[in-house]
Design a protein around this ligand. Sequence first.
Ligand code: FES
Length: 106
Amino acid sequence: MAKLHVGYVNEIDPKGSRTIEIGGTEIALFRLSDGNILAVENKCPHKGGKLSEGMVCGKQVHCPLHDWKIDLCSGQVQEPDTGHVNTYQVEVDPASGAIYLLDRTA
Ligand code: FES
C-alpha cells in the first residue's frame, strides 16, 4: 500500500493540529491527548468551517463556526446534526515519529 510522508509527530502540539494539502484537498492532522494522530478533511460538512481551528475534546473536534461535533475516527457528525467528513488512515513510525497517510486507492 502506498504511503505518503506528511510530517512528524513533534511538529504538532499536543492536542493541536496542522494542515496539509494533497491533490487540492486540505487535510487536518490532529494530535490527540492520548498521542494518537488522526486525519480528516479540513472542511466541516455544515458550512465548510476549518476543523483544524476547532477545539478537540477526546476523539471529537468541535467545529469553530457553529460547534457541530465531529468524530475524528469515523468522520461522523454527532446527532442531532448529520453529515460526514472524509477520514484518512494514518501510520506513525514509533522510532522516528514520521507520520504517513495510507493511500486507500493503492
Ligand atoms: S460550518 Fe461547521 S458547524 Fe457550521
